[in-house]
Design a protein around this ligand. Structure first.
Ligand SMILES: [Zn+2]
Length: 72
């Protein structure tokens, strides 16, 4: 199983954006969990990237984080 994915272009552009930015059209919201209000997780249907949309903490921490992308 490939754990490290190459993000598609919309995912690469969303990475690091403020959490107020809307998810792109291929991102599907994962099932609601216990902490769904603070951190929502999304999976990309195009490239299987998994994002955490941080909505807690100071404003500079409230960003889209890419959880499973390679660095190259
Ligand atoms: Zn993607």
């Amino acid at each position: 199983m490939e754990l490290w994915i190459q993000p598609c272009r919309p995912c690469a552009e969303l990475y690091g954006q403020p959490a107020t930015q809307a998810p792109h059209e291929d991102l599907a919201l994962d099932g609601a969990g216990a902490n769904a209000e603070a951190t929502r997780r999304y999976t990309c249907r195009r490239c299987n990237a998994v994002f955490a949309r941080l909505q807690a903490g100071t404003p500079d921490r409230q960003r889209w984080m890419l959880l499973n992308a390679g660095q190259h």
